[in-house]
Write a protein that binds this ligand. Structure first.
Ligand code: GDP
Ligand code: ZN
Length: 293
């Protein structure tokens, strides 16, 4: 019987495909191996279910996006957990991940935790004005958690944020069983061994969350680079000005007649976001295309 579903877990050569009414354990057909295509957690797939209930994975349906670490596909939104209290989040870290998410048609959501400790008004205004869904929560008191829950429904999300900002606490506040479930899995697998590779989709608040059992950090740091010329497009508040600079190929760093710099002067683009852009631009210039994986 032919079915469609989504891979929610991949382990030891088996793919666990969630179909509308059943979870089917599948093996991939040989053609994927010859073609060197690896099915990813998050992939929407066509399968054939045998009489005995086992399945074979026939085809990967078109992907919205794919990430390398962890290896996962079709992430609708990346929830960036930030903190205005210790450890205070450096906006540059947010901007780098936002830029990567934007380049992959993955919607960034800025979620500032520890609201009970600090109002983080500046950080909140910075991202709200740049055009992102921005919210403040406290995993400690539960403030704002319902708003976050509403954003997760019906979507595949991944959480990211530097250690200590409260990712685990927020997931726990959303779903008290969540850490327990993922903690058990990581114990079974042996901590450390599968931690960077293994990823699963867990149902939370009417949506799915891509998580690395026991860790819950979505590591977008390494192995992924943007070309310098593609960078400005990934800063959404720059877009209205792109193509309006005096010179074609303007880098928007310090060029004369730059429309982005003019917008910054008029405070339509923040200093902080532009500073991150320049830093990423300088990094992208250093990056050699042959370093591409
Ligand atoms: P993770 O490394 O991002 O998963 O962060 P944790 O969830 O482990 O949280 C790090 C520390 O911050 C813990 O001591 C938490 O109790 C604390 N914490 C997390 N969220 C909040 C919050 O909203 N308010 C306060 N006051 N502390 C928090
Ligand atoms: Zn320019």
């Amino acid at each position: 019987m032919k079915r469609e579903g989504q891979i929610i877990k991949a382990l030891s050569g088996f793919y666990y495909v969630q179909c509308e009414d059943a979870l089917v354990t599948c093996r991939a057909r040989g053609k994927f191996r010859y073609k060197k295509i690896t099915p990813l957690v998050g992939d929407r797939v066509a399968i054939t279910v045998q009489e005995d209930g086992s399945g074979s994975l026939d085809e990967i349906l078109p992907r919205r996006n794919a990430f390398q670490r962890p290896a996962v596909a079709n992430i609708d939104q990346l929830v960036l957990i930030a903190s205005g209290a210790i450890p205070v989040t450096d906006p540059f870290l947010l901007d780098r991940i936002i830029s990567l998410a934007e380049s992959k048609q993955c919607e960034p959501i800025v979620c500032i935790n520890k609201w009970d400790l600090v109002p983080a008004e500046e950080l909140f205004a910075l991202y709200e004005q740049a055009g992102f869904t921005t919210l403040r929560v406290s995993a400690e008191t539960g403030l704002g958690i319902e708003e976050l829950r509403g954003l997760l429904a019906g979507k595949v999300s991944a959480f990211t944020g530097n250690s200590g900002v409260g990712k685990s606490s927020i997931l726990n506040a959303l779903e008290p069983d969540f850490r327990l479930a993922t903690g058990e899995i990581s114990e079974k697998l042996g901590r450390g061994r599968h931690t960077t590779r293994h990823v699963e989709l867990f149902p939370v608040s009417g949506g799915l969350i891509a998580d690395t059992p026991g860790f819950s950090a979505f590591d977008t740091d390494r192995g992924e680079h943007l070309e310098k010329d593609a960078l400005a497009e990934t800063f959404r508040e720059f877009r209205p000005y792109l193509g309006q600079c005096r010179f074609v190929g303007c880098a928007h760093v310090k060029e004369k007649g730059c429309a982005v710099l003019a917008a910054k002067k008029e405070r339509k683009i923040s200093q902080s976001r532009h500073k991150s852009y320049v830093r990423l631009y300088e990094q992208a210039k250093e990056y050699k295309p042959w370093e591409k994986e």
